[in-house]
Ligand binder design. Structure first.
Ligand SMILES: *Cc1c(COP(=O)(O)O)cnc(C)c1O
Length: 470
């Protein structure tokens, strides 16, 4: 009898080969879209093909086209790699193939979620009785948390949004900083709260909300209106934090208001005594959204939603009971997330947290921040290279000024900065992207990978300066 599973050993070899090549492979795709289409888009085969051949082809083409996002010199967006034990647990997760919606569909998946939920609440210093849900990313974490917010603030106004929806409901007022991440706005869009009717609060040079502006915005909102306020811990460009404690103080003067915190990567600052002050007062919020696939370095996709009021969380998420489902005393995950059938997302997080321990998580976060400061210092001492942000976390914003141009914010600086970003992307030593910061083109550097070394940082600085002709 043929061994149907024989293919897995070979696949593990191919995957390991790819992973071992990460530190030295060019950090850009080796294939253009047209070439990929030629390789991958064929007529649907009438007869099935040989599994080994299909997987070898996929490994070859997929691997060649892959951007070394999991590697040590990928500084684009905010992207983690995959810690080997977390990846190993992810392989097991696929092999067990549990439907982790109900305890009955995967008892270990449910209990492991209990374990990681408690560990993470402890690690972040959040109220231990909070509800938590393991979702696909921070986008769905916002959705989950803001759904709980919507439920709670409307319930306080005597309205049952779960049963009746928003038709005829009191208006919910939503306040966000003008630097709020787009996923907060899309969560509002999905929830019927509207992404354009928000009240926006002006921010400062680092992207932090201004307290005086928050005060003014709050003063304009009728006192009895249900109110949700979004704060940010970790601006996607600068890494800056809203003044959380003082902002919560202001919001708490209004009874029944809900404070949500977008801490996609910034919430991880809580694990470091050195960085923790940036989050002062964060535990006083009502809900928190973050990612495990960014700074915890587990494979995609993995986001985390925490809600202090566990009842509101369940009310917002639990589906209506159907007669064929086996709900029980144990944790049925569907009660905490917007999904029904779902992946057992707890295992890779469990493996990451157990193998790192509290100290390991702290070291990983602090190491990334130290490398970000190092890169900013190396780049910033060069003539015509400006660091635009205070490097308080793992994010660096860089601007390049052409020789002989004294105008830091001028159009020539924009063109030159765009050019340097493009050249770096073509060079392939590292990958990063551009952004616009306060009407200026800038290069973004985000250090979020467990395997990035000081040597990677130096090699990257050298390549950036070479591409800038310095
Ligand atoms: C990445 C990010 C998000 C979105 O997270 P996903 O995991 O991509 O859904 C939200 N907010 C901030 C600040 C982010 O950096």
């Amino acid at each position: 009898m043929a061994d149907d599973y024989g293919i897995l050993r070979r696949t593990a070899e191919l995957a390991t080969e790819y992973l071992r090549s990460l530190p030295e492979r060019p950090v850009k795709s080796g294939m253009a879209a047209a070439e990929l289409r030629r390789e991958l888009i064929t007529a649907l085969p009438a007869a099935g093909e040989e599994p080994q051949a299909v997987i070898e082809h996929l490994a070859e083409v997929g691997g060649r086209a892959a951007v070394a996002m999991a590697g040590p010199r990928y500084f684009g967006f905010v992207i983690g790699g995959a810690l080997p034990p977390a990846l190993a647990a992810d392989w097991l997760t696929s092999s067990w193939d549990q439907n982790a919606g109900l305890y009955a569909g995967g008892p270990a998946a449910s209990v492991v979620e209990e374990a990681v939920g408690a560990w993470l609440l402890e690690l972040f210093g959040l109220p231990p009785a909070s509800g938590f849900g393991l979702v696909t990313g921070c986008q769905m974490a916002h959705f989950t948390c803001l759904a709980a917010a919507r439920t709670a603030v409307l319930e306080r106004a005597g309205w049952d949004v779960t049963g009746r929806g928003l038709f005829g409901a009191p208006e919910v007022e939503v306040v966000v900083g003008d630097e709020a991440h787009s996923t907060v706005l899309s969560a509002l869009q999905y929830l019927g709260l509207g992404r354009d009717r928000v009240h926006t609060v002006a921010t400062d040079s680092q992207g932090r909300i201004r307290l005086r502006e928050l005060e003014k915005v709050l003063a304009r909102i009728p006192h009895r209106d249900p109110l949700i306020v979004n704060l940010q811990a970790g601006n996607v460009n600068t890494g800056s934090f809203d003044p959380i404690c003082a902002a919560i103080d202001l919001v708490r003067r209004r009874e029944g208001a809900w404070v949500h915190v977008d801490g996609a990567f910034g919430l991880w600052a809580a694990v470091s005594p050195q960085l923790r002050p940036l989050l002062d007062g964060v535990e006083l919020a009502d809900s928190w959204a973050t990612d495990a696939h960014k700074w915890l370095n587990v494979p995609y996709d993995s986001g985390l939603a925490f809600v202090a009021d566990a009842d509101a969380h369940v009310k917002a998420m639990a589906p209506p009971h159907a007669s064929y489902l086996e709900y029980g005393q144990e944790r049925d995950e569907v009660s905490w997330v917007p999904e029904f059938s779902r992946r057992a997302r707890g295992f890779p997080i469990y493996a990451a947290l157990r193998t790192l321990g509290r100290d390991g998580v702290r070291e990983m976060v602090e190491h990334c921040c130290a490398l970000a400061r190092h890169m900013a210092a190396q780049l910033g001492q060069v003539d015509g290279v400006e660091i635009l942000n205070d490097v308080v976390l793992n994010q660096v914003l860089v601007r390049f000024i052409p020789r002989g141009d004294g105008n830091i914010s001028g159009a020539r600086g924009d063109d030159f900065t765009h050019d340097v970003v493009r050249r770096v992307q073509e060079d392939g030593t590292l990958w990063l992207s551009g952004t616009t910061w306060h009407a200026m083109a800038a290069m973004r550097i985000s250090v979020s990978n467990w395997s990035t070394t000081l040597e990677d940082a130096d090699r990257s600085v050298e390549a950036i300066l070479r591409c800038a002709g310095r």
